[in-house]
Design a protein around this ligand. Structure first.
Ligand code: ACO
Length: 274
């Protein structure tokens, strides 16, 4: 990042729980090219950082993310016919949300605190868990400016929503609340805004207690199985279970199932003690 470039994201690591806050309130946290490059760099680093046990993504002030910056991401790049620059920005924009974040090794939580439009949906859908304020406002606004949900937004919608709701909101451009987002399965659940971050960190602390290797293998298996048939999914999950034990060494079996056999804990009801 150039010394003069203003940071558009903030990162805080609190004992393994990393909070990445989108920090461009004057533009409602819309994603401009500089933000895409900063996000790409930050997540590429965090992805290989063992000190990142859980990742929380949220937005500063009243906005989670107002989608792509309509001026800097679309209008300016298109008007200037800056092909190479446009390709570079689009690649960064797509990679950080739909590859690096979607397959991030640690569990990820989107904390949707306010406005969330268009490309902001890709952040929500790529996170493993999404918790919103009841009062947050979501919208597929593209149709309102004669566009379509581009990039991977339509793909995100088809994987997350039923066609009835996905098409309804994509075609009408009507906005909806965090409560409604929970009803249609776009997010995991919603809570009153005053409680949002307490709730998010409660879940983050729960995840931090779990085995990091088992978490990673669980989400990889889940996300990849979605696109497989039964035979492929069975083989893949079997190989992943073996890989989990291989990566854990003997501790996984001894401290997990072994502890249960010794009567030390009830895994149906509680987490294995260290
Ligand atoms: N791109 C560029 N600038 C934006 C964006 C955006 N997506 N969203 C907000 N801004 C800017 C506004 O232009 C304004 O800038 P200015 O102060 O320099 O004039 C500033 O942020 C504040 O915006 P307001 O509209 O004044 O804020 P308000 O709180 O009244 O409304 C809202 C917020 C509803 C988010 C509104 O700004 C809006 O509709 N933004 C566009 C949302 C959108 O359609 N996003 C694109 C989705 S499509 C995609 O991502 C592919």
């Amino acid at each position: 990042m150039a010394a003069s470039e203003k940071p558009l994201i903030r990162i805080v690591n609190d004992d393994g729980i990393v909070t990445l806050t989108i920090d461009r309130p004057e533009k409602r946290n819309a994603m401009n090219p500089a933000m895409h490059y900063q996000m790409h760099k930050a997540l590429s680093d965090l992805r290989f950082d063992p000190a990142c046990r859980v990742l929380v993504i949220t937005g500063v002030d009243e906005s989670f993310c107002a989608g792509q910056d309509l001026k800097e991401y679309f209008y300016d790049l298109d008007e200037r016919k800056a092909t190479v620059e446009r390709d570079r920005v689009r690649a960064a924009s797509n990679e950080w949300r739909n590859h690096i974040l979607r397959l991030f090794p640690a569990p990820t939580i989107a904390a949707i605190n306010g406005w969330c439009f268009g490309g902001g949906f890709s952040i929500v859908c790529s996170c493993d868990i999404a918790i919103a304020a009841d009062e947050a406002t979501f919208g597929l606004s593209e149709i309102n400016f004669r566009g379509i949900p581009g990039g991977m937004v339509t793909k995100n919608l088809t994987e997350t929503l039923r066609p009835r709701e996905g098409l309804f909101y994509a075609l009408t451009g009507k906005s909806f609340s965090g409560k409604r987002a929970a009803e249609i399965g776009l997010i995991t659940y919603s809570v009153p805004k005053a409680r949002l971050m307490d709730e998010v960190y409660e879940i983050a602390r729960l995840l931090r207690e779990k085995d990091a290797i088992a978490l990673r293998e669980t989400k990889e298996t889940f996300k990849t199985s979605m696109r497989m048939d039964y035979e492929e999914a069975y083989s893949y999950a079997t190989a992943k279970a073996n890989e989990t034990h291989l990566f854990q060494g003997r501790t996984g079996m001894h401290e997990g199932i072994g502890a249960f056999m010794e009567g030390k804990f009830k895994p149906g009801l509680e987490h294995v003690k260290e």
